[in-house]
Design a protein around this ligand. Structure first.
Ligand code: SF4
Ligand code: SF4
Ligand code: SF4
Length: 245
């Protein structure tokens, strides 16, 4: 890019839906609509929404700007370090940062396009709705939304490892849930790092943002292959779009 050439603006999954960049009016309409869509799929969270505004939890998500991501995978290391700490002499320290354990995963495509995938916190949570375990007294299934951060969590003591949640996310949204290789229970759901997202803080290129309220993750829910096709068509020409690997 030459010095006189303006740097490209943000490019998110919402821009890529339907292969058309959403104009400002569309974006505002979607954001307003999603702000009104408060019906989530279990009683526990509905009860929280019945509280006053000051007590209500706020949906938050990690938003990716594909124009900035270089595929360096620092986010994977940061995530694994924070979410899988180690204890040394009684002191809890950040873990080794094995990317395999990360809740954000960077998919690499050819021609060069890097697509970080992380739970987009869909308000209609098809993953939770797919869980066949009967709700408990709190209205929570074995897969449920954390009452405070609204992240997706699993109760291993009730989970029957049926893969229904992972299948729902994989086929209807982004494929954020990866079953454990040994137990088949769901893993890799974003924890938002307790409200201090480490991937956002440590991304060297500012490709990740922590968005609180207003947006509905389901509008950003595109599988990585679909995103890659759109990115490659934009960056390398439409003829390359069908050659995604
Ligand atoms: S750290 Fe940032 S630039 Fe690197 S792969 Fe992750 S999102 Fe992309
Ligand atoms: S992205 Fe997947 S895991 Fe996250 S809320 Fe949506 S369906 Fe559930
Ligand atoms: S917010 Fe935290 S848990 Fe979620 S992807 Fe980023 S580092 Fe991982």
């Amino acid at each position: 890019m030459s010095a006189s050439e303006p740097s490209p603006g943000p490019l998110t999954a919402l821009d890529l839906r339907g292969g058309v960049r959403a104009d400002r009016r569309t974006f505002i309409r979607l954001a307003a609509w999603s702000g009104a869509g408060l019906a989530v799929g279990h009683c526990g969270v509905r009860a929280l929404w019945a509280q006053g505004p000051a007590q209500r939890p706020v949906y938050a998500m990690i938003l990716v700007d594909y124009n900035r991501c270089t595929g360096c995978r620092t986010c994977e290391t940061a995530c694994a370090q924070f979410n899988h700490p180690v204890t040394v002499d009684g002191e809890e320290l950040r873990g080794l940062g094995n990317p395999y354990l990360s809740n954000i995963r960077v998919h690499a495509f050819n021609p060069d396009a890097d697509v970080p995938v992380v739970c987009v916190m869909c308000r209609d949570n098809p993953c939770v709705a797919a869980c066949p375990v009967e709700p408990d007294a709190e209205g929570l299934r074995a897969l449920y939304r954390d009452p405070e951060l609204l992240t997706v969590r699993n109760d291993p003591s009730r989970c029957i490892a049926c893969d229904a949640c992972a299948e729902a996310c994989r086929t209807q949204r982004v494929g954020a849930i990866i079953p454990n290789r040994e137990t088949n229970r769901p893993e890799r759901m974003c924890t938002l790092c307790g409200g201090d997202p480490q991937c956002v803080a440590l991304c060297p290129y500012g490709a990740l943002s922590y968005i609180k309220g207003g947006l509905d993750g389901r509008h950003y829910a595109l599988p990585p292959e679909r995103i890659a096709v759109e990115l490659i068509a934009r960056w390398y020409g439409p003829a390359q779009g069908g050659d995604v690997r």
